[in-house]
Design a protein around this ligand. Structure first.
Ligand code: NAP
Length: 418
């Protein structure tokens, strides 16, 4: 891709772009340029805390050999005021060009022509997988007896399902037309005239590329299993097909690396292989709670994934420390999982943990796994020492409540002491 002519945002003078190798993996230079969006509401607060953590961790691991060259770009309310649009086209060009970016939360303008800025970004950049790693940090109040048994990563399909945005309000011409078509042309008799209508497309293409990503992850990080979560017993040609296509990818493209649960029951050995299993969604909600040790990599359609990832995150203490990302082929956008929490904006109060851990996950995606480890270890130490923001402090009697920026500073101190 030729360098687009940027007009609104000026790239830094130093640093280089990340490129793709011929096998689709990333080629990350020693000084990669990473675009970032501070975001709205508490966005600037959490960035002020997170940026020093990222820089300190890279320095700890690589000294002066490597560093991130940050490139600030704008979207959301700030962009709306400055450029007259909350999502300037250039933001997409820049993320496509530099390939890996990280953002804070964005306010979706009410009546602004967007369902959600985040959904728009995912769809426009074809970031087809919402990937959320979930693990426990000691000292975080959690509702289950053994939160440390949770170590999962959820690959949620991001572009299809009822989230594709194909729906019509009750009583509109469009809804009436669809109902009439279904009745007349397809003999569907069960739809009431006063229904709103939503369409749930799930394709072979989108399912298979997601499964490829999940299995490749399991191979790279030695994960023992990949579980396909679906509601195929009821929705056979969407969720059921999702399961079927996911198994097809496993068997046709990764035969020597995987074994299915059914094959194990027939006597095949699982030795050195990734076990591919599937679970019906409602059963899976129980399984992750009752037998979390049995689940590692999870792949699921959009709606199931929305619910399931939040439920798993709740097991380890909630969204405050949950990293998030949206990943496509050779392109990725990392982001905290919470919103803009406008009532706390500018108060230097909220927990920056979700952004900090999203950054850690970004470093892992760049292949800088050591940096990820340094950040996670320092976050773990800081929480264990009792230094936490208000959201965790209100749940812990032994806590030293600190401000958002102080939490970041404590993490930096712990990195420097390593
Ligand atoms: P929210 O911003 O996530 O805030 C809901 C509550 O969650 C807050 O009041 C606070 O709870 C807690 N919280 C959120 N972030 C926190 C943090 N970093 N540390 C500690 N506590 C935190 O959700 P919302 O109020 O529903 O949404 C507000 C705006 O954000 C909306 O415009 C929405 O569209 C947008 N949004 C954006 C994204 C995104 O950009 N990815 C995601 C979700 C929502 P307490 O009041 O109990 O302290």
């Amino acid at each position: 891709m030729d360098k687009p002519a940027f007009k609104l945002f000026t790239p830094p003078q130093e640093g280089e772009k990340i490129t793709l190798n011929s096998d689709g993996t990333l080629n990350v230079p020693d000084r990669p340029i990473i675009p970032y969006i501070e975001g709205d509401g508490i966005g600037p607060d959490i960035w002020r805390a997170a940026m020093p953590v990222f820089n300190a961790a890279v320095k700890k691991v690589f000294g002066d050999k490597k560093k991130i060259v940050w490139f600030k770009i704008e979207a959301g309310e700030v962009a709306g005021k400055k450029y007259g649009t909350v999502l300037p086209d250039e933001v997409f060009d820049i993320i496509r060009y530099y390939r890996v970016a990280i953002k804070g939360p964005l306010t979706t303008p009410v009546g602004g022509g967007y369902r959600s800025l985040n959904v728009t970004m995912r769809q426009k950049l074809d970031l087809y997988a919402c990937v959320r790693p979930v693990r426990y940090f000691e000292g975080v109040p959690a509702p289950v007896k053994h939160p440390e048994w949770v170590d999962m990563i959820v690959f949620r399909e991001n572009t299809e399902d009822v989230y594709a945005g194909i729906e019509w309000e009750k009583g509109t011409e469009e809804a009436k037309k669809v109902i009439e078509f279904l009745k007349k042309e397809l003999g569907v008799t069960k739809i009431r005239e006063d229904s709103g209508i939503g369409i749930k497309p799930i394709s072979e293409f989108a399912t298979k590329r997601l499964m490829r990503m999940a299995i490749n992850w399991a191979i790279k990080y030695n994960k023992p299993s990949v579980t396909i979560v679906h509601k195929g017993n009821i929705m056979k040609y969407t969720e059921g097909a999702f399961m079927k296509w996911a198994y097809e990818v496993a068997i046709q493209e990764f035969r020597d690396k995987i074994v299915t649960e059914a094959e194990i029951k027939e006597g095949k050995s699982a030795e050195g292989k990734i076990i591919i299993k599937d679970r019906i969604t409602d059963a899976m909600f129980q399984q992750v709670l009752l037998r979390p040790k049995e689940y590692d990599v999870i792949i699921t359609p959009n709606l199931n994934g929305d619910y399931l990832s939040d439920a798993i995150v709740a097991q380890v203490g909630g969204l405050g420390l949950a990293p998030g990302s949206n990943i496509g082929d050779g392109i990725a956008l990392f982001e905290p999982t919470h919103g803009t929490a406008p009532k706390y904006a500018g108060l230097d109060k909220v927990n920056p943990g979700s952004l900090i851990l999203s950054g850690a996950f970004m470093f892992q995606y760049l292949g800088w796994d050591e940096v990820k480890k340094v950040i996670e270890d320092a976050v773990a130490t800081t929480i264990k020492q009792g230094y936490v923001t208000y959201d965790l402090a209100r749940l812990r009697e032994d806590a030293h409540e600190v401000k958002c920026s102080e939490f970041g500073m404590k993490i930096v101190e712990n990195i420097e002491k390593m």
